[in-house]
Design a protein around this ligand. Structure first.
Ligand code: ZN
Ligand code: ZN
Length: 296
Protein backbone atom coordinates (compact mmCIF):
# COMPACT_ATOMS: atom_id res chain seq x y z
CA UNK A 1 0.00 0.00 0.00
CA UNK A 2 1.39 3.41 -0.95
CA UNK A 3 2.04 6.09 1.59
CA UNK A 4 -0.72 8.43 0.32
CA UNK A 5 -3.26 5.65 0.32
CA UNK A 6 -2.07 4.72 3.79
CA UNK A 7 -2.75 8.21 5.09
CA UNK A 8 -6.18 8.27 3.47
CA UNK A 9 -7.15 4.94 5.10
CA UNK A 10 -5.78 6.19 8.38
CA UNK A 11 -7.78 9.42 8.29
CA UNK A 12 -10.94 7.54 7.41
CA UNK A 13 -10.44 5.13 10.32
CA UNK A 14 -9.89 7.95 12.79
CA UNK A 15 -12.77 9.99 11.33
CA UNK A 16 -15.23 7.11 11.77
CA UNK A 17 -14.03 6.55 15.31
CA UNK A 18 -14.42 10.22 16.24
CA UNK A 19 -17.91 10.34 14.77
CA UNK A 20 -19.06 7.27 16.69
CA UNK A 21 -17.53 8.57 19.92
CA UNK A 22 -19.54 11.78 19.52
CA UNK A 23 -22.77 9.81 19.00
CA UNK A 24 -22.09 7.73 22.09
CA UNK A 25 -21.21 10.79 24.18
CA UNK A 26 -24.49 12.41 23.22
CA UNK A 27 -26.37 9.36 24.45
CA UNK A 28 -24.26 8.87 27.57
CA UNK A 29 -22.51 12.11 28.56
CA UNK A 30 -21.06 10.45 31.66
CA UNK A 31 -18.62 8.54 29.47
CA UNK A 32 -17.24 11.68 27.79
CA UNK A 33 -13.89 11.64 29.54
CA UNK A 34 -13.02 8.00 28.95
CA UNK A 35 -14.26 8.03 25.33
CA UNK A 36 -12.22 11.15 24.53
CA UNK A 37 -9.15 9.52 26.06
CA UNK A 38 -9.72 6.34 24.06
CA UNK A 39 -10.04 8.27 20.79
CA UNK A 40 -6.81 10.20 21.45
CA UNK A 41 -4.89 7.00 22.26
CA UNK A 42 -6.30 5.31 19.16
CA UNK A 43 -5.35 8.28 16.96
CA UNK A 44 -1.77 8.12 18.21
CA UNK A 45 -1.66 4.36 17.62
CA UNK A 46 -3.04 4.61 14.09
CA UNK A 47 -0.46 7.31 13.27
CA UNK A 48 2.32 5.18 14.73
CA UNK A 49 1.20 2.09 12.84
CA UNK A 50 1.42 3.87 9.48
CA UNK A 51 5.22 4.11 9.69
CA UNK A 52 5.87 0.91 11.61
CA UNK A 53 8.86 -1.30 10.84
CA UNK A 54 8.62 -4.84 12.15
CA UNK A 55 10.35 -7.91 10.81
CA UNK A 56 8.57 -10.96 9.43
CA UNK A 57 7.44 -13.69 11.82
CA UNK A 58 8.95 -16.95 10.63
CA UNK A 59 6.99 -20.11 11.30
CA UNK A 60 7.97 -23.54 10.02
CA UNK A 61 5.26 -24.84 7.71
CA UNK A 62 4.93 -28.32 9.20
CA UNK A 63 5.00 -26.86 12.69
CA UNK A 64 2.24 -24.42 11.84
CA UNK A 65 -0.02 -27.24 10.62
CA UNK A 66 0.55 -29.29 13.73
CA UNK A 67 -0.06 -26.37 16.09
CA UNK A 68 -3.42 -25.50 14.61
CA UNK A 69 -4.47 -29.17 14.35
CA UNK A 70 -3.73 -29.79 18.00
CA UNK A 71 -5.36 -26.56 19.14
CA UNK A 72 -2.26 -24.59 20.12
CA UNK A 73 -1.77 -20.95 19.27
CA UNK A 74 0.69 -20.03 16.49
CA UNK A 75 2.95 -17.96 18.72
CA UNK A 76 3.36 -16.77 22.31
CA UNK A 77 2.67 -13.20 23.37
CA UNK A 78 6.39 -12.46 23.71
CA UNK A 79 7.13 -13.70 20.16
CA UNK A 80 5.50 -10.70 18.44
CA UNK A 81 8.23 -8.54 16.89
CA UNK A 82 8.14 -5.01 18.29
CA UNK A 83 9.34 -1.84 16.56
CA UNK A 84 11.28 -0.42 19.50
CA UNK A 85 11.82 3.06 18.10
CA UNK A 86 8.13 3.50 17.26
CA UNK A 87 7.06 2.08 20.63
CA UNK A 88 9.33 4.42 22.59
CA UNK A 89 8.05 7.39 20.67
CA UNK A 90 4.44 6.26 21.18
CA UNK A 91 5.06 5.79 24.92
CA UNK A 92 6.10 9.45 25.16
CA UNK A 93 3.04 10.52 23.16
CA UNK A 94 0.73 8.47 25.39
CA UNK A 95 2.23 10.07 28.50
CA UNK A 96 1.43 13.47 26.99
CA UNK A 97 -2.13 12.38 26.20
CA UNK A 98 -2.40 10.85 29.68
CA UNK A 99 -1.93 14.30 31.18
CA UNK A 100 -5.26 15.33 29.65
CA UNK A 101 -7.13 12.23 30.87
CA UNK A 102 -8.72 11.64 34.28
CA UNK A 103 -6.91 13.16 37.29
CA UNK A 104 -5.42 9.82 38.37
CA UNK A 105 -3.91 9.05 34.94
CA UNK A 106 -2.78 12.68 34.63
CA UNK A 107 -0.91 12.50 37.92
CA UNK A 108 0.78 9.22 37.00
CA UNK A 109 1.71 10.46 33.50
CA UNK A 110 3.25 13.59 35.03
CA UNK A 111 5.33 11.42 37.36
CA UNK A 112 6.50 9.15 34.53
CA UNK A 113 7.53 12.16 32.44
CA UNK A 114 9.73 13.37 35.27
CA UNK A 115 11.25 9.91 35.76
CA UNK A 116 12.05 9.67 32.04
CA UNK A 117 13.55 13.15 32.01
CA UNK A 118 15.80 12.20 34.92
CA UNK A 119 16.81 9.02 33.08
CA UNK A 120 15.64 6.85 35.95
CA UNK A 121 13.73 4.30 33.90
CA UNK A 122 14.93 1.88 31.22
CA UNK A 123 12.04 2.25 28.82
CA UNK A 124 13.51 -0.10 26.23
CA UNK A 125 13.80 -2.89 28.79
CA UNK A 126 10.21 -2.30 29.90
CA UNK A 127 8.93 -2.45 26.34
CA UNK A 128 10.99 -5.55 25.57
CA UNK A 129 9.34 -7.15 28.60
CA UNK A 130 5.98 -6.59 26.82
CA UNK A 131 4.39 -5.24 29.98
CA UNK A 132 4.81 -8.59 31.71
CA UNK A 133 4.35 -8.32 35.46
CA UNK A 134 7.84 -9.63 36.24
CA UNK A 135 9.39 -6.73 34.33
CA UNK A 136 7.00 -3.88 35.05
CA UNK A 137 6.03 -4.51 38.68
CA UNK A 138 9.47 -4.00 40.26
CA UNK A 139 9.93 -0.81 38.22
CA UNK A 140 6.53 0.51 39.31
CA UNK A 141 7.30 -0.31 42.96
CA UNK A 142 10.76 1.29 42.74
CA UNK A 143 9.46 4.49 41.22
CA UNK A 144 6.29 4.76 43.27
CA UNK A 145 4.06 4.29 40.24
CA UNK A 146 0.83 2.40 39.99
CA UNK A 147 1.56 -0.88 38.23
CA UNK A 148 -1.72 -0.93 36.27
CA UNK A 149 -1.03 2.48 34.77
CA UNK A 150 2.53 1.58 33.83
CA UNK A 151 1.51 -1.67 32.18
CA UNK A 152 -1.40 0.08 30.44
CA UNK A 153 1.04 2.56 28.88
CA UNK A 154 3.52 -0.17 27.91
CA UNK A 155 0.81 -2.34 26.38
CA UNK A 156 -0.66 0.51 24.38
CA UNK A 157 2.77 1.57 23.15
CA UNK A 158 3.52 -1.84 21.65
CA UNK A 159 -0.07 -2.40 20.44
CA UNK A 160 0.57 -1.22 16.84
CA UNK A 161 3.43 -3.76 16.55
CA UNK A 162 1.27 -6.53 18.04
CA UNK A 163 -1.55 -5.77 15.60
CA UNK A 164 0.89 -5.70 12.66
CA UNK A 165 2.16 -9.13 13.75
CA UNK A 166 -1.36 -10.48 14.00
CA UNK A 167 -2.18 -9.12 10.53
CA UNK A 168 0.87 -10.95 9.18
CA UNK A 169 -0.26 -14.27 10.66
CA UNK A 170 -3.95 -13.87 9.89
CA UNK A 171 -3.68 -15.40 6.42
CA UNK A 172 -2.29 -18.63 7.92
CA UNK A 173 -5.49 -19.28 9.82
CA UNK A 174 -9.09 -20.12 9.09
CA UNK A 175 -11.18 -18.03 11.52
CA UNK A 176 -14.38 -20.02 10.90
CA UNK A 177 -13.13 -23.41 12.09
CA UNK A 178 -11.17 -22.73 15.29
CA UNK A 179 -14.09 -22.59 17.80
CA UNK A 180 -11.96 -22.59 20.96
CA UNK A 181 -12.00 -20.12 23.82
CA UNK A 182 -8.38 -18.97 23.33
CA UNK A 183 -6.96 -16.98 20.40
CA UNK A 184 -5.44 -19.15 17.64
CA UNK A 185 -2.74 -16.52 17.04
CA UNK A 186 -1.46 -15.82 20.57
CA UNK A 187 -3.41 -18.02 23.01
CA UNK A 188 -5.09 -15.18 24.96
CA UNK A 189 -8.69 -15.09 26.16
CA UNK A 190 -11.23 -12.86 24.40
CA UNK A 191 -12.17 -9.46 25.82
CA UNK A 192 -15.47 -9.28 23.95
CA UNK A 193 -17.78 -11.33 21.77
CA UNK A 194 -19.31 -9.97 18.59
CA UNK A 195 -22.42 -11.07 16.74
CA UNK A 196 -22.26 -10.43 13.02
CA UNK A 197 -24.10 -11.12 9.80
CA UNK A 198 -27.28 -13.00 8.97
CA UNK A 199 -28.41 -15.12 11.88
CA UNK A 200 -25.76 -13.57 14.10
CA UNK A 201 -22.56 -15.58 13.85
CA UNK A 202 -20.58 -15.26 17.02
CA UNK A 203 -16.94 -14.14 16.99
CA UNK A 204 -14.50 -13.72 19.84
CA UNK A 205 -12.15 -10.72 19.93
CA UNK A 206 -8.66 -11.43 21.29
CA UNK A 207 -7.81 -9.27 24.30
CA UNK A 208 -4.14 -9.15 23.28
CA UNK A 209 -3.67 -9.12 19.48
CA UNK A 210 -7.16 -8.18 18.25
CA UNK A 211 -7.70 -11.29 16.10
CA UNK A 212 -11.33 -12.37 15.65
CA UNK A 213 -12.35 -16.01 15.41
CA UNK A 214 -15.63 -17.86 15.17
CA UNK A 215 -17.14 -19.32 18.34
CA UNK A 216 -20.15 -21.51 19.03
CA UNK A 217 -23.03 -19.35 20.12
CA UNK A 218 -24.10 -21.38 23.09
CA UNK A 219 -20.92 -21.86 25.06
CA UNK A 220 -18.95 -19.95 27.69
CA UNK A 221 -16.17 -17.89 26.10
CA UNK A 222 -13.88 -18.56 29.06
CA UNK A 223 -14.28 -22.21 30.11
CA UNK A 224 -16.10 -23.61 27.07
CA UNK A 225 -19.05 -24.81 29.20
CA UNK A 226 -21.99 -25.85 26.99
CA UNK A 227 -24.52 -26.81 29.71
CA UNK A 228 -27.45 -24.54 28.91
CA UNK A 229 -28.81 -24.53 32.51
CA UNK A 230 -25.64 -22.80 33.73
CA UNK A 231 -25.44 -20.21 30.93
CA UNK A 232 -27.48 -17.03 31.36
CA UNK A 233 -27.48 -13.50 30.02
CA UNK A 234 -28.96 -10.07 30.50
CA UNK A 235 -29.34 -6.86 28.49
CA UNK A 236 -29.13 -3.27 29.59
CA UNK A 237 -32.50 -1.52 29.56
CA UNK A 238 -33.23 -0.30 26.05
CA UNK A 239 -29.80 -1.48 24.87
CA UNK A 240 -30.44 -4.63 22.88
CA UNK A 241 -27.15 -4.27 20.99
CA UNK A 242 -25.17 -5.08 24.12
CA UNK A 243 -25.58 -8.12 26.26
CA UNK A 244 -23.75 -9.79 29.12
CA UNK A 245 -23.28 -13.57 28.96
CA UNK A 246 -22.86 -15.20 32.35
CA UNK A 247 -21.44 -18.63 33.13
CA UNK A 248 -22.30 -20.37 36.40
CA UNK A 249 -19.60 -22.95 35.85
CA UNK A 250 -16.60 -20.58 36.01
CA UNK A 251 -18.42 -17.44 37.24
CA UNK A 252 -17.03 -15.31 34.45
CA UNK A 253 -18.95 -13.06 32.14
CA UNK A 254 -18.27 -11.63 28.70
CA UNK A 255 -19.86 -8.68 26.99
CA UNK A 256 -21.33 -9.25 23.54
CA UNK A 257 -21.71 -6.44 21.02
CA UNK A 258 -24.49 -7.31 18.58
CA UNK A 259 -23.64 -5.77 15.21
CA UNK A 260 -26.92 -6.88 13.72
CA UNK A 261 -28.45 -3.83 15.42
CA UNK A 262 -25.46 -1.56 15.09
CA UNK A 263 -23.33 0.11 12.41
CA UNK A 264 -19.82 -1.33 12.06
CA UNK A 265 -17.67 0.34 14.73
CA UNK A 266 -14.69 -0.18 17.04
CA UNK A 267 -15.83 -2.85 19.58
CA UNK A 268 -13.56 -1.47 22.32
CA UNK A 269 -15.21 1.94 22.01
CA UNK A 270 -18.65 0.29 22.36
CA UNK A 271 -17.32 -1.57 25.39
CA UNK A 272 -16.21 1.65 27.11
CA UNK A 273 -19.59 3.26 26.44
CA UNK A 274 -21.39 0.44 28.28
CA UNK A 275 -19.36 0.08 31.47
CA UNK A 276 -22.58 0.21 33.52
CA UNK A 277 -23.25 -3.35 32.29
CA UNK A 278 -19.91 -4.44 33.77
CA UNK A 279 -20.91 -2.89 37.07
CA UNK A 280 -24.18 -4.86 37.02
CA UNK A 281 -22.35 -8.11 36.21
CA UNK A 282 -19.89 -7.51 39.06
CA UNK A 283 -22.78 -6.81 41.43
CA UNK A 284 -24.23 -10.18 40.49
CA UNK A 285 -20.90 -11.77 41.48
CA UNK A 286 -19.29 -12.43 38.09
CA UNK A 287 -15.75 -11.59 36.94
CA UNK A 288 -14.95 -10.24 33.47
CA UNK A 289 -13.28 -12.71 31.05
CA UNK A 290 -10.14 -10.58 31.23
CA UNK A 291 -9.69 -7.37 33.25
CA UNK A 292 -10.46 -4.22 31.28
CA UNK A 293 -7.16 -2.27 31.15
CA UNK A 294 -9.03 0.99 30.48
CA UNK A 295 -10.83 0.92 33.79
CA UNK A 296 -8.06 -0.22 36.11
ZN1 ZN B 1 -4.52 -13.06 20.06
ZN1 ZN C 1 -17.44 -20.53 31.99
Amino acid sequence: MGRTQNIATMEKEVGTLRERAEQLKEKRPGYGEILDFYVKVKEAQVASKASLRTGPIKLKKEWKGRLTEEGFSLIQKEDFPVDMEASISLFHTLCRIGKTANPHMAEQAEKINKILKDNKMDLEKLLTGRGKEQTSEPVAADQGLEKQVLSFLIQNSIQPSIEAGMEQLRSDLEPETWRKSTCPVCGSLPSLNLLKGEGGKRYSLCSYCGYQWRMDRLSCAVCGNKEQESLNYFYGEGEEAYRIDLCDNCHHYIKTVDYRNLEESDPCLEDLATLHLDVLAAQKGYTRSVPNPWTN
